[in-house]
Design a protein around this ligand. Sequence first.
Ligand SMILES: [Zn+2]
Length: 671
Amino acid sequence: MKNGLFLAFALLCAPTTAQVPPTDPISAHIDPTVRPQDDFFQYANGTWLKANAIPASEQENGIFKTIQDTVDAQVYRICLQAVEKRHPFGSAKQKIGDFYYTAMDSATSNREGIAPLRDDLARLKDIDSPDKLLVATAYVQLVSGSPFFSFYVGQDEKDSELNTLHIGQGGLTLPDRRYYMEDDAQNLSARQAFHTYAATLFRAMGETESDATAAATDVLTVEHALAKTSRPREDTRDPFTNYFMMSVDSLRLLTPQFYWPAFFREVGLEKVGRVVVEQPDFLQGLNDMLAQLPTATLRNYLRFHYLDGLAAYAGDSLYEASFNFYSRALRGVEQPRPRWKRAVSITNSILGDLVGQIYVDEYLPKGTKEKFVEIGNAVRQEFAIRIKNLSWMSADTKHKALDKLNAVNMKLAYPDKWKDLSRLHITRTSYLKNMMAYRKWSSQRNLDKLGQPVDRDEWHMQPQTYNAYYSPSNNEICIPGCNIIVPGFDGMPDDAVLYAIIGGTFGHEITHGFDDQGCLFDKKGNLENWWTTADKEQFDKRTQQIVRQFDEFYITDSLHINGSLTQGENIADLGGVVVALEAYKKTSEYRSGQPIHGLTPLQRFFHGYALAWMEQLRPEALQNQVKSNEHAPAKWRVNGPLANINDFYEAYSLRPADHMYRAPKDRIVIW
Ligand SMILES: [Zn+2]
């Protein structure tokens, strides 16, 4: 994920002349109290981080929030223009305007509260048999949350042209199984906050204080059992050991307590022949739990999940309860964002493809796509050279790697074809009802894909999403348009910064096609190991080094980065920065050797890379990330890879006594 370059649209179109050179943002961020050789992240970003504390309504501050603020301001204008007058029903502006209107209409939302959910809640409270539990589970999966397990239609890992039904572990409310399985103070307090939140929801459903408390305990009992039978997150990374194609009959034998044919019927799937079960051991554990726990306990778990998925849209008091748990307790955020910001953010996430079309027309700097194509091609070429020169890969595998690299599809800036939202009906009547309409539409849209060929042109992010991805099943990378934004620059930054940030993103995403997971998917995206055993052994030797390197980074006295869980992302970061640097070395700016704002081109490049990760998190959010996210926290995404790169040692003359120093034999080279 990451980055970009901010180009005020007007400036790009009509460059101004004879201006006083603005302060260089890169130099302005430097913290002279820290030595670059000891902590480059802090040295490069420290002054900005100290001057920009985390606002009370946020879990973080840094480049992500800065760019998000820019995009939010643009989306805000899109919402305001849409809401100010009535548009033809079904048009993009009608949907955006009406959704935004209901999200802002706190009076109606507070008056309504959970009234639109009453019938559903009454039905859920009446569950008194496993059959009714199953029917209700199907319903909740469609309209609200993902109780008991995860369930979706997605690309078949072994036949990437096909969409198949996937069932996997899930059903947890806390961010990871570790929150349930480990009993340190942070996890105990997170579980306490969860209990308090669940009890609040049960009181809102009309339960007495003591019944609400008991029902909340039921929810935790069920989730503890689910957590216990869930695989640790790092064990869900291997696609071979998380893929078991089976018939519905075999699935029934695995979980006799849960009658899947009835479940499929309830969600509207008539002809399910085969299913990809991601973690059969989890389903066995689920089956045992369903056999052991009373229906009343399971019912309470389901009631909670139904309301939990919709609570944040059901009036201020439930929003507050949801905020207190998800944002305050789990991320350390002190106060909610203003209502307009929340409304903008939810409108953007629900109607992203409609907002995106206007965003591209009105706000995306012209020439973004062309710039992405240019940098993307430079990085691809450089990566090809790196592959050819690798000492550890066999000639035959190199041949296949180059073939796969050549086949990588690049989805850049914005899609050529937008999602069809014509069947999603949004009105100005009720925020909660709009949310439910969206959930149903979205579930239906997903289930409709079953049995259909994969649409290779579909985008899984929007142009206004500040992030990027590589999809192994499509062998494609997607870099949304707003990655062009680089905060602090009034015009196009120098190539050092551009290549470090945008080139680094390309490099990061492209190496995913060739890492411990990428080596298991061929150029068409089918799950098939295309490496020889010897190649894999060589690669594993190197990745074990990176696992060890990151295992040694401690966040607190007792919590260190999970080197196994984050290895794929750490390998991509290291590969990404190396490839981007090699591409940068071909530019005339680098070859001229001229200093840029007092920095050598090499130093400037590393500053650009540090800017890509300029971010600080609240302690709770940091804990949350380390336990539940495959990306290491920002600081280590900078200092980790740079400590392996010889050019960095040259740029800053590192010596053995320096904190970031690694002996030459310990510096990890993968790509
Ligand atoms: Zn990645």
